[in-house]
Ligand binder design. Structure first.
Ligand code: DU
Ligand code: SF4
Length: 237
């Protein structure tokens, strides 16, 4: 099993009727600046380093962002903010993220989401999150050798990731740690391969990079840079 095989399977998924309809028809009401674009309109795979030490967990593709370009966080203001921060912190080769063939490369970091199809109002239903959960779980297992830190953007991703990690044998505390910007929780589990050694994964909470947070100053560039620097430090342990 490889990430490429997982992605090949993922992009054909039609398990959520409401999201299939939305992802395929939202492109019919294109924004003026995208009038000539052919929308991707399918599930969006994770993007970035296949041997990442850091994984960023968002929410879901944006209708006119990743659902248009086919690359996670690409082609909208959320991605502009996120990839600019990755560039400043040495994790991306460029700040600009415009389309899938723009030359952007991530080093040591990968971006993904718990729901892979664009949802109306950016709000997936609980059953959509449950249906899509196995794709995130598989992706994390395929990154297992290298991933040491998860940066979670917002409360939805926080709940989704902790659910998935709990199912994968990580010792998620009860009651479950609450999402907050700056939250940091280190989880452990027995390494599957040896049965003896334990592995550690640190989960960091960060306000989402959506315009609701970045335009209002709730999440500043400095705040995001600090989380990414913290992730790098932890990952180098
Ligand atoms: O604010 P916006 O750029 O239209 O993004 C919409 C919504 O989707 C926002 O909450 C960010 C989120 N999102 C994401 O989680 N992953 C992506 O690849 C693109 C957007
Ligand atoms: Fe499939 Fe996930 Fe898209 Fe639902 S959200 S159709 S499970 S890829």
């Amino acid at each position: 099993a490889t990430l490429a095989a997982l992605d090949a399977h993922l992009v054909g998924c039609r398990a959520c009727p409401r999201l299939v309809a939305w992802r395929e028809h939202v492109g019919d009401v294109k924004r003026a600046s995208f009038a000539d674009d052919e929308y991707w309109a399918r599930p969006v795979p994770g993007f970035g380093d296949e041997r990442a030490g850091i994984v960023v967990v968002g929410l879901a593709p944006a209708a006119h962002g990743a659902n248009r370009t086919g690359r996670m966080f690409t082609g909208d203001r959320s991605g502009d903010f996120l990839f600019a921060a990755m560039h400043r912190t040495g994790l991306a080769n460029q700040a600009a993220s415009v389309r899938a063939d723009d030359g952007l490369e991530l080093t040591g970091i990968r971006v993904t989401a718990p729901v892979r199809c664009a949802p109306p109002d950016n709000k997936p239903l609980p059953e959509e999150r449950r249906r899509c959960g196995p794709y995130l779980a598989r992706e994390l297992e395929l990154l297992d050798e290298t991933v040491r830190v998860a940066v979670v953007l917002g409360g939805f991703g926080w709940q989704a990731l902790l659910t998935t990690l709990g199912e994968q044998g990580w010792d998620v505390p009860r009651p479950r740690p609450r999402f907050a910007h700056g939250a940091e929780v280190t989880l452990r589990r027995r390494a599957a391969a040896t049965g003896a050694a334990t592995q550690a994964l640190t989960v960091l909470g960060c306000f989402h990079v959506s315009q609701q947070n970045t335009f209002t100053g709730r999440l500043t560039p400095d705040m995001l840079d600090a989380v990414l620097f913290r992730a790098r430090t932890l990952q180098e342990r």
